[in-house]
Design a protein around this ligand. Structure first.
Ligand code: F6P
Length: 481
């Protein structure tokens, strides 16, 4: 997906999804495009992996996407992008505060990520979350063709499945959670824990990134609602809800093609030259989120420069930190901490005209990111906790030269599949430093062997396969009553 998107106001007919021959409707908090006054069309691609993963799938199968334009109080009419019909759901300025910044990103997000930060639990916010979920459900009920498949995404919309089932029992309803699902010990802190489980159990199939997420959900359902789960199926009076594991992926062929393009090659060499043609470029690409462990890797880099294990004349680090959820205080704190660290490290180890860390608090285009991935000799993906982390997969897909090393946290979902990465527990500061040195010093033969393993894995399990597997399981007879 490039960032060039040209919306048209003419929605096409909802078309059947290719392999299933049934209409498909996606619902996610964000539409794949958001308003942007700085572009000619007034729209730009929405941030994050969810959109990048889902749009290619919907483009090839045809269908409708229900979501928010990213602008408060936006009553945009339906329109289409790349053959996908987009159906905006309006969200008021107050709801942005309560439903999006509040419950979703200051309540559920930290709790679902190991309670890395304190969560806010506020019943006023919860009412807004419920109202927005009801709005999504009634929009879906209005527009979904008879017998359609509705696939709902992520933690913002966990109440939608049950409300939608009441409104439209003819639909087949799936839900995929892109982030981790926490253990009962954490989930049970939520004042609205039963409502969330009931909401998700409105599905025919609930999908998770990792086996642990699925197991945690099943355990919470059994504990809180006294339902029984057998072989991944929960039998309810109205229907059977299945629980499954579907690790999300990327469009491998698209990334590979972009990486091979002449423009990318040119940009990659420009990036290397602008960085002073160092021997090793260490790279981090993340939303500026406290779950991503950006501070951990900066501190590890700092310690290695200090001890002399890394030579600032040989190595530079590039850290792209994409602005995200800037109104939420935990994010503001995180930004301050990271920028202070970058300043301190650069102050001590940079030379005139040659900073040791190049820090970009910016949203780069996908083309620029792919060129950066190609330029990166060592990719650092060190989250404390991450549902999947598609950056790790994109890095492997972009390395068509067969070289490059991925340092990957065990706490990212991607670690289950990408076993050819240098896997590390990022909480262990010495282990993280050792992993970075191992990656920097790795012999070419081993680098190539590992990269080949990474690339094969991502190619084998790409995003189309992910969507096909989820949808095939969703319509499989054992998940229906
Ligand atoms: O990782 C969770 C997630 O919701 C992604 O699915 C999404 O791409 C990203 O966060 C973007 O977050 P936001 O919509 O808050 O900008």
């Amino acid at each position: 997906m490039t960032d060039e998107l040209t919306p048209t106001t003419q929605p096409s007919q909802v078309s059947p999804s290719a392999p299933l021959n049934r209409p498909i409707v996606i619902a996610a908090n964000r539409l794949p495009v958001m308003r942007d006054d700085n572009t000619e069309s007034g729209w730009t691609a929405s941030p994050g992996g969810l959109v990048r993963a889902l749009l290619p799938m919907l483009r090839s199968s045809g269908g409708t996407w229900v979501g928010w334009t990213g602008e408060p109080d936006d009553n945009a009419e339906p329109f289409s992008v790349d053959g996908v019909d987009l159906h905006p759901v309006p969200i008021s300025a107050e709801e942005v505060l309560l439903y999006y910044e509040g419950v979703s990103n200051d309540g559920l997000w930290p709790l679902y990520h190991d309670a890395l930060r304190e969560s806010t639990y506020d019943s006023l916010q919860w009412n807004a979350y419920r109202n927005v979920n009801e709005r999504f459900a009634s929009t879906l009920a209005d527009i979904a063709p008879a017998n359609a498949i509705v696939w709902i995404h992520d933690y913002h919309l966990q109440l939608v499945p049950a409300i939608l089932r009441r409104l439209r029992p003819d639909l087949t309803i799936g839900f995929f959670l892109h982030i981790p699902f926490p253990p009962y010990e954490l989930f049970s802190r939520l004042p609205w824990r039963n409502e969330i489980i009931e909401g998700l159990l409105g599905c025919d199939l609930v999908g998770f990134q990792r086996p642990m997420g699925a197991a945690n959900f099943a355990a919470c359902a059994q504990q809180l609602l006294e339902v029984e789960e057998h072989n991944g199926v929960i039998k309810l009076p109205t229907h059977h809800a299945s629980v499954g594991v579907f690790p999300i992926s990327i469009d491998f062929a698209e990334v590979e093609e972009m990486a091979a393009g002449r423009a990318t090659r040119k940009l990659t060499s420009q990036i290397r030259a602008r960085l002073g043609d160092p021997e090793v470029i260490l790279l981090g690409v993340d939303r500026l989120d406290y779950t991503k462990g950006i501070g951990l890797r900066l501190r590890a880099f700092d310690a290695l420069l200090e001890s002399g294990e890394i030579d600032p004349e040989r190595c530079v680090m590039v850290q792209v930190a994409t602005p995200t959820r800037e109104a939420v205080e935990h994010y503001q704190d995180e930004r301050r901490e990271i920028e202070q660290l970058v300043g301190e490290i650069n102050g001590r180890f940079s030379r005139i005209g040659l900073p040791v860390i190049h820090y970009l608090y910016q949203t780069l285009s996908y083309d620029e990111l792919i060129a950066l991935y190609r330029a990166g000799d060592v990719m650092l993906v060190t989250p404390f906790r991450d549902g999947m982390n598609l950056v790790a997969k994109e890095y492997a897909a972009a390395h068509i030269d067969g070289d490059g090393v991925l340092v990957l946290s065990e706490f990212a979902g991607a670690a289950d599949e990408l076993t050819d990465a240098v896997l590390v527990n990022p909480h262990d500061d010495r282990a993280l430093q050792r992993a970075i040195v191992t990656a920097v010093e790795m012999h070419r033969h081993e680098r190539r062997q590992r990269m080949s393993g990474l690339r094969q894995q991502v190619q084998r399990m790409d995003v189309q396969g992910w969507a096909d597997r989820f949808l095939a399981n969703l319509v499989a007879p054992n998940s229906r009553s």
